[in-house]
Design a protein around this ligand. Structure first.
Ligand SMILES: *[C@@H]1O[C@H](CO)[C@@H](O)[C@H](O)[C@H]1NC(C)=O
Ligand SMILES: *[C@@H]1O[C@H](CO)[C@@H](O)[C@H](O)[C@H]1NC(C)=O
Ligand SMILES: *[C@@H]1O[C@H](CO)[C@@H](O)[C@H](O)[C@H]1NC(C)=O
Ligand SMILES: *[C@@H]1O[C@H](CO)[C@@H](O)[C@H](O)[C@H]1NC(C)=O
Length: 455
């Protein structure tokens, strides 16, 4: 994989890389000696761990009991009475954040948890639900809601006790806004509105002990492995299961720290351009860097623009994908690259932007929606349509939008139009809705929700 050559291309959500490097501890950072339970330590452990360490060590590869995101989208993992925040946060007692979880001594630890994210239903929006044995706890802003804990059967009729996992599934990822509950082989789709329960079996999936929706994807955890699944069908595509260490748990020995990747993943600097292909891979450009998010194997790779798009150097203005080609705009020039590793410039390009799209630079963003032959081009506070099959091509249908003064980048895919402004993105079901909207839709963080930064 040539794209990966110069910068240490690092793995992100996949562990194959880490497996591969496992023997290289001496050249990278050495394993910092986590754990070693059973060994009698005299005096303090290397990290000042108390001899009676009350928390499990997640770098040993533990099976989590429950997982959810908090209202800011930060992933939380639960094991026994321990809570781990993010992918590398230290262990703490769950009751330090959720005080009442331990007060009901007849109940065990957290079996399952999910965040209800539903702006249309203010009474439950951003509430975190915890399931312990027969009871459910509902927290809002870290406070237990009055009247809770309640019986699961009372709040979620038709949902059994002693659950294994739960995850919210909004539309259109599920046909109806649902919560997916897991117990053994049983998968229950609970319709949030009608409370109807639809029982399914996800044949290809192992029994999940926790489940998480993160960066628009669904993950089932089992043992210290995870599988990415389709929430509607339970189908698992790609090479799963994978090891959680190195992805959902960042541990020294498992590919921890890959600086260019972590820096780009968590950067708050706006992107210059973004596009996605039919397979769902994302190509993003930020100053001198080219960031590629691979849908199939959950990896994020970072390289320089110079390396992969030599003719562009850096600082791209806009990018869109059409017919298996990456179309790039920089200043008054228009470049077409054939997708590949590395992408190759199509002979004859760059050409004058005006001749190719009927517009002069600078362009802020451009995107093509699936199954269409129209490039939507954003210049200032106007959108233009360019019919890509026409010859010569012209920019038509100029219309102003009012929600943003400046758009940095935009792309279109099955989830609609994604518009990036600063370090946030906004989703619109269609280009028309983007133009017609008068109220800002929900704001999402690029770092956290697009690239999987954990904070
Ligand atoms: C669960 O946590 C409690 C309190 O920290 C501890 O005493 C107990 O041994 C733990 N149980 C397991 C199975 O690790
Ligand atoms: C929190 O939970 C731990 C472990 O179960 C327990 O030792 C501690 O007393 C609890 N703290 C509070 C404030 O309830
Ligand atoms: C999965 O759950 C079913 C109960 O629904 C159980 O019979 C089966 O043994 C479980 N499989 C594993 C691998 O734990
Ligand atoms: C992930 O997929 C991309 C695109 O198919 C490929 O170039 C890359 O080598 C893969 N990475 C790993 C770690 O498998």
């Amino acid at each position: 994989m040539k794209l990966a050559h110069i910068l240490c291309l690092c793995l992100v959500l996949a562990l194959s890389w880490a497996d591969h490097h496992e023997g290289h501890g001496k050249t990278g950072q050495a394993d910092k000696g986590h754990g070693e339970k059973g060994h009698v330590h005299k005096g303090p452990l290397p990290h000042g761990h108390d001899h009676t360490e009350p928390h499990p060590d997640r770098c040993k590869g533990i099976e989590m009991d429950a997982a959810t995101v908090n209202e800011e989208g930060i992933p939380y993992f639960f094991k026994n009475h321990t809570l781990f925040k993010g992918f590398r946060g230290k262990a703490e007692f769950a009751n330090e954040t959720f005080n009442e979880l331990d007060e009901h001594h007849h109940l065990g630890h957290v079996d399952a948890a999910f965040l209800m994210h539903n702006p249309d239903d203010p009474t439950h929006h951003d509430h975190i639900f915890f399931f312990l044995d027969t009871h459910v706890f509902s927290y809002y802003q870290h406070k237990l809601e009055r009247g809770f804990p309640k019986l699961i059967s009372q709040v979620f009729p038709g949902i059994p006790d002693h659950l294994d996992a739960a995850v919210e599934c909004p539309k259109p990822e599920c046909n109806e806004h649902s919560v997916i509950f897991f117990k053994g082989k049983d998968i229950l789709h609970y319709n949030v509105k009608t409370k109807a329960v639809d029982k399914k079996t996800f044949a290809s999936m192992p029994n999940c002990t926790s489940a998480l929706r993160f960066t628009d994807h669904y993950y089932c955890f089992h043992g210290h492995q995870f599988s990415k699944f389709d929430p509607k069908t339970g189908a698992v595509h790609g090479k799963y299961p994978k090891e959680t260490r190195g992805s959902f748990t960042r541990c020294p020995k498992f590919g921890e720290r890959s600086d260019p990747v972590e820096r780009e993943r968590c950067s708050r600097v706006h992107l210059d351009a973004i596009t996605s292909d039919d397979a769902g891979n994302i190509y993003a450009f930020r100053s001198h860097h080219f960031i590629q998010k691979n849908e199939g194997n959950d990896t994020l790779t970072v390289d320089t623009v110079e390396n992969d798009f030599k003719e562009l150097h850096s600082e791209v203005d806009a990018a869109f994908t059409y017919n298996g080609h990456l179309h790039m705009i920089k200043g008054d020039k228009f470049f077409v690259y054939k997708a590949g590793n590395p992408p190759t410039l199509v002979p004859g390009f760059p050409k004058a932007l005006h001749n190719e799209l009927g517009l002069n630079g600078p362009i802020d963003a451009a995107f093509v929606c699936q199954d269409h032959h129209i490039a939507h081009v954003i210049k200032g506070t106007d959108v233009y349509d360019v019919e890509l099959k026409a010859a010569p091509r012209t920019a038509k249908n100029k219309r102003p939008f009012s929600l943003f003064r400046k758009v940095n980048a935009a792309m279109c895919g099955p989830e609609g139009v994604t518009v990036i402004v600063g370090n946030h993105f906004y989703r619109f079901a269609s280009t028309q809705l983007f133009v017609a909207s008068r109220a800002l839709p929900e704001q999402h963080k690029v770092s956290l929700e697009l690239f999987g930064c954990d904070h």
